[in-house]
Design a protein around this ligand. Sequence first.
Ligand code: SF4
Length: 461
Amino acid sequence: MYKVSAPDEKSRYHLAELARMFLPTGGCEVYARKTAQAAEFSVEDAAENTDPANFLYIEDLISKEEAAKILYKFLKEKTGKELDWGTLTGVRPVKLYNGLRRRNEDAFKIMRERYLVSDEKALLLHEVSEIQKSLAFDENPEAIAVYIGIPFCPTRCNYCSFTSSKIEKKKVEIYLPALFTEMRAVNALMKDRGLFAESVYIGGGTPSSLDEQDFAELLSNTKECFVGDRCREFTVEAGRPETLSAEKLEAMAESGAKRISINPQSMKQRSLELIGRIHSPQQIIDAFALARRRGDFCINMDLIAGLPEEEPEDFEASLRTVIGLGPENITVHTLAIKRASRLIEEDRYLAARQADNVRIMLQSASRLLKEAGYRPYYLYRQKNMAGNFENIGWSLPTYESLYNVRIMEENQIVAAMGAGAISKMYFPEEDRIERIPNVSDTKLYIERIDEMIKRKEDGIL
Ligand code: SF4
């Protein structure tokens, strides 16, 4: 066991995150000297109870970056490992990179030298940043993002940590009226403040798991409330192929939704069963064909690298099939074991075991997607990801989603409605956001709908 003595709680948190990336199954404890924990652990204790070679004391008064570099070098020497993302533990490395560029700093060099990011990942950041620079955002501060959450799915995937439960008609019957009340109230507040939706995103959950009538009603209400002349993007997630129908596609087209997601995660039957899905790979192909027949949707498809029992060949086969279908966007996720997921109980260390496989999978994804003309345009990381890699949104040129980029950059107000939805207030002078969450429990959300509206009225609108 390695032990690290950090100056205070703030630095301890970041250093412990970094230590977990080196040793995901444990093996390094980080203590803060200036908290109650100091009573249980001191330099003297460490000298007595820990092999001094396995003990690291991080001095007071050094910067967060320096402290992280010292720990990085210590654990690199002990474990023989290197991390592709260096000392970066945050979710949004592109935001950091873009911020450095805006301040005219040498972002690439800083990534390499201050954060010890590998050449490959620093180049990736630069590539994504360049593509984002070329996208035309509406700089008008009155342009905001609108999110609407439908917290229901046909079944729960074992890696899922979202607000979502199995769909039942009686739950939908009481959820939608509350949601529509919130949507109408937010619409009125936006009008009052002169705000308009630059982008609208209906996610969840799986919005298309609503039946045809409820789904059409959701879309027509959304259109009425938010999809005006200045709305540039309207996206609807139809993640589970078995929930899509010609009627629902018609409703989407009529409401102006141009972007949809049909998310296989894998094209291998066994993997779909293992993650708790109830559709077949063929249903994904059929749903895709149905959507294409209806017309001009920009279609996104998600895949996950590192699923249970998957080898690099399985992932590559899925990716080749998806590329063969020709969606405009392909998002490649790395498996992350999240606290609220079933997977953490079923196989806590799966992500750690899959790390080497995931590296090969992501490398082949990059090669195959580039060969097929896709470009990486947004990127984010999560905690407890296999190999500490990243999720990347790939797009054919001109089909990039503004909403996805904006959400990662956190440079815009987000009005989010529905159970578990998180609105964000943006303060441009400080380049800072403040989160205003709705409650996650659907029953509480319905009961406290007036409070959810009031929170937004006070907080962002
Ligand atoms: S489809 Fe998405 S929201 Fe629904 S259970 Fe699976 S991961 Fe969760």
